[in-house]
Every structure is written in structure tokens, then in C-alpha cells.
Design a protein around this ligand. Structure first.
Ligand SMILES: CC(=O)SCCNC(=O)CCNC(=O)[C@H](O)C(C)(C)COP(=O)(O)OP(=O)(O)OC[C@H]1O[C@@H](n2cnc3c(N)ncnc32)[C@H](O)[C@@H]1OP(=O)(O)O
Ligand SMILES: O=C([O-])CC(=O)C(=O)O
Length: 422
């Protein structure tokens, strides 16, 4: 028997049935019977913003799948570019499809010289690299004449490939600029993660030789960060995309959302928090202060996961692989102690607050030599594929422009008072 709920409108005495499909009721069905009655849901906590076939998330059980494939299997056996293909196309590529896709992305890694020379170099020398990235992604719309051609399949495909391919180049350029170091051009003989590391760290010819274990760690982190259903930045992408803005401008809005400390800025905040705690002896006092309302435990808690974030489990393992190469990040012991104390504390247990994807990722990035203000940038590089998969899905669904209503709580009608009488 199909599930449904029966609603009775007490004002009229009329009853109606609304079907429940996969735990959701359709707002269209609802408003057909109750026109002019809105849901007040300020942070969209109880709203399913769209139907999507991209990622599946069960927050209670701690499950994440991309297009049906468990995140654990993808992290173990796949590569970031293969996962990007999967997110965008719905199926894993054949070897021939993957080779063609990798070649195409690789072909688009270069950025226009004016993006670098005139645009990036115009920033203040100590600008935050994520601020630079937000602006640089938006600026791309002015460099490509087909930016507005979002319904032309070939132009749309080019836009997607460009954005995915140029993210590491823009990210590394923002970093090198902030360090006063010369820009490193992409080396298209290298793989996607290797190329990124080369653009970040290369100091001498002929080429930067990255440790393969670090290259793999970056690729796994990129896989884990590629998509996460209707998170804040993806929602930003969908909202702006629903106005049929070009993908560069929409992705810049998504980047801006990711910049926030409650979202992609949290791993930066974790490292700052662990540094401030200073030693494992100080952990209990810090946790007590959080419980008393002095700040939050960064890297803990999640809107959807009420269990251990499955990505955090994988990242914790990757951390040990990376520390085998780089040496242990001294903040690891504080992080482990913090996790132990929090997970046995009633405050965190009752609120179902567990480590999220950001809790251990910053420790890895720091051990690899990335400065903390590059952490959200490292998140944005792979999330671009998720944003674009959602953007493409939204256009294919012919989604309406996002335009919610509000409950007005302002002044009643009143007459204008001339300035001399106020
Ligand atoms: C990639 C990502 O974006 S993952 C998230 C990264 N962000 C962080 O790690 C920042 C720290 N975490 C948080 O701020 C939150 O847990 C969020 C923003 C991720 C989710 O927030 P929400 O779903 O809105 O949870 P909400 O703010 O309602 O919190 C529920 C309760 O748990 C508490 N709580 C939530 N997160 C934390 C935390 N990290 N530390 C301490 N208490 C917390 C709240 O104070 C609240 O308690 P109350 O019921 O007594 O008022
Ligand atoms: O889903 C969310 O709200 C945040 C998150 O974990 C992500 O974007 O990866």
C-alpha cells in the first residue's frame, strides 16, 4: 500500500491525502490543497530541494554513495577523474572513455595569460587564496564567449571540462602568488593530482618529483570531497544556476559558500583549534569550555550525519599513510584525544556529534606543507565536479527558478515622515 498522510484543514473541515515518496511529500501536491500556506524552514532543514540521482546519503547509518557506488570502494579503487566522469555521466567509464576524458581535461589545464598576469597579480600580496579563487572562477565567464551557451550541449561540455581542468591551475597560482613565487605552468605529461602538486611545489627544472604515496593521498582526498548531495555550496550552485546564469558565475557562488567556516573553511578552523589547545592535557578543559557555550568543536557535527562521517574514517587511515612519508603531524595526538573525550561525553553523544570530513583532512594537508588558508581551496578543486554534475542535472530537469517565500515580520503599513519631522 502506498504511504500517504491525511491533512484536515481546520478552517474548512476539508481533508485531503498527500502521498509520501521516499520520505518526502511534494510541495506541489501540498500547495494544491493549501494555497497561500508556506513552510517556514529557514535553513531548509526539512526541505528536499530537488530530486537527484548523483549522491546518496544516509546520515543515521553513515553511508555515502556516488551514483550507487559506496564511497569506500571508490576511495580504494578509483581515481578522482574517473569519479568526476561518474558523477557527471552517471556510469563508470570504459577504459577508452576514461582515456578520452583524461586527455580532454588535461588539454584544458592552462589558464589564459591575462587571468594570471592582469587578474591574479592584481590582488593584494597577502590576499586569502580562497578569496582569489572565488573571484578567478567568476572571472572565467568573461574569458569565454560561449559562457552564456548553457543549452548548447557542446558548449556546456566544454564549460564543464574547462572548470574541472583549470581548478588546480588557479588554486596553485593563488598559492604561488601569495608566497611571492613564480607561477608554474601545467605539465600535461603528469596525472591530475601530480600536476597540481607540481604547480604548487616545483622549484627547479626539469620536473617536480612527487612521492607516489602523496599523489595517491591527494587523489583519494579529491574523491572523498567530490560531491555531497545538497550541501550549502551545491545549494548555492543550484540556486544561482536555476536563474540560468553561466556555470562560471554559478560556480563562483558555490566557491563563496564553501569559503565559510561552517562549511569548507572548517578544516582550517580545526588546525587553528588544535594549535590553540596545544597539548593533550588541555583537551578536557577545552571540551568543557565548548559544552559551556564557548565556541564549537571544529570538525565535529554535521547537518545530515548523525553517525561517524564515512569520509572521516577513510581520511583517518589516509593520514597514517601520509605521515609515513612526511612524519607525524604533532597535532594528531591532540586530535585523537579530542575525539576520544568527545565521543565518550554525554553532550556530544546525545546530540550525535561525530568527527566530520574536515576533522582529519587539515592534519594531512598541513603535514604535506599546505598552509592553512589553502585548505578550503583544496576542497574546492574536486567539489567542482559535484557542483557541475548538479548544475547539469538541474538544467536537464528544466528546474524552475529557485524562489522561496517568506513570513513577513516587519512594520505594518505606515505613512512616510518627511526628514525634518523625524
Ligand atoms: C564539509 C562540511 O561542511 S562538514 C561541516 C564542517 N563544519 C564544522 O565542522 C563546524 C562545526 N560544526 C557545526 O558548526 C555544526 O555541527 C554544523 C554547522 C556542521 C551543522 O549544524 P546544524 O545541523 O545546524 O546543527 P545545530 O547548530 O542545530 O546544532 C545542534 C546542537 O549541537 C550543538 N553542536 C553542533 N555542532 C557542534 C559542535 N561542532 N561543537 C559543539 N556543539 C555543537 C549545537 O550547539 C546544538 O546544541 P543545542 O541543541 O544544545 O542548541
Ligand atoms: O553536506 C554538508 O552539509 C557538508 C559536507 O559534508 C560537504 O559538503 O561535504
Amino acid at each position: 500500500m502506498a504511504e500517504s498522510i491525511t491533512i484536515t484543514d481546520n478552517r474548512t473541515g476539508e481533508s485531503f491525502e498527500v502521498p509520501i515518496v521516499d520520505g518526502t511529500v511534494s510541495a506541489q501536491q501540498w500547495s494544491k490543497h493549501l494555497p497561500g500556506i508556506w513552510f517556514l524552514d529557514p535553513a531548509l532543514v526539512t526541505t528536499a530541494m530537488s530530486e537527484s540521482a548523483i549522491s546518496y546519503l544516509d546520515g543515521e547509518a553513515g553511508i555515502l554513495r556516488y551514483r550507487g557506488y559506496p564511497i569506500e570502494q571508490l576511495a580504494e579503487q578509483s581515481t578522482y577523474l574517473e569519479v568526476a566522469y561518474l558523477l557527471l555521466n552517471g556510469e563508470l567509464p570504459t577504459q577508452a572513455e576514461l582515456s578520452a576524458w583524461v586527455e580532454e581535461v588535461t588539454h584544458h589545464t592552462f589558464i589564459h595569460e591575462n587571468v594570471r598576469k592582469r587578474f591574479l597579480e592584481g590582488f593584494h600580496y597577502d590576499a586569502h587564496p580562497m578569496g582569489i579563487l572565488v573571484s578567478a572562477v567568476a572571472a572565467l565567464s568573461t574569458f569565454y564567449l560561449d559562457a552564456k551557451e548553457i543549452f548548447d550541449p557542446e558548449a556546456r561540455h566544454r564549460q564543464i571540462v574547462r572548470l574541472i581542468a583549470k581548478m588546480p591551475t588557479l588554486a596553485a597560482a593563488a598559492y604561488r602568488f601569495s608566497q611571492g613565487m613564480p607561477f608554474v605552468y601545467p605539465d600535461n605529461a603528469l596525472s591530475f593530482p601530480e600536476n597540481f602538486l607540481s604547480m604548487m611545489w616545483k622549484i627547479a627544472e626539469p620536473r617536480y618529483e612527487a612521492d607516489p604515496r602523496l599523489v595517491r593521498a591527494v587523489d583519494v582526498l579529491f574523491i572523498l570531497h567530490a560531491d555531497h548531495e545538497q550541501n550549502c555550496s551545491t545549494t548555492a550552485m543550484r540556486v544561482v544556476g536555476s536563474a540560468h546564469s553561466d556555470p562560471y558565475s554559478s560556480a563562483a557562488a558555490a566557491c563563496a559558500a564553501l569559503y565559510g567556516p561552517r562549511h569548507g573553511g572548517a578544516n582550517e578552523a580545526v588546525v587553528k583549534m588544535l594549535t590553540e589547545i596545544g597539548s593533550i592535557e588541555n583537551v578536557p578543559d577545552f571540551v568543557r569550555a565548548v559544552k559551556e557555550g564557548h565556541g564549537r568543536l571544529q570538525g565535529f557535527g554535521h547537518r545530515v550525519y548523525k553517525n561517524y562521517d564515512p569520509r572521516a574514517k577513510i581520511i583517518k587511515k589516509v593520514a597514517y599513510d601520509v605521515f609515513d612519508v612526511t612524519g607525524k603531524n604533532p597535532l594528531l595526538d591532540i586530535a585523537l584525544k579530542l575525539e576520544e573525550v568527545a565521543l565518550s561525553d554525554e553532550y556530544f553523544i546525545s546530540r550525535k556529534l561525530y568527527p566530520n570530513v574536515d576533522f582529519y583532512s587539515g592534519l594531512i594537508y598541513q603535514a604535506m606543507g599546505f598552509p592553512v588558508d589553502m585548505f578550503p581551496v583544496l576542497f574546492a578543486i574536486p567539489r567542482m565536479s559535484g557542483w557541475l554534475a548538479h548544475w547539469q542535472e538541474l538544467l536537464d530537469q528544466d528546474a524552475k527558478i529557485a524562489r522561496p517565500r517568506q513570513r513577513y515580520v516587519g512594520a505594518e503599513k505606515r505613512d512616510f515622515v518627511p526628514i525634518a519631522q523625524r
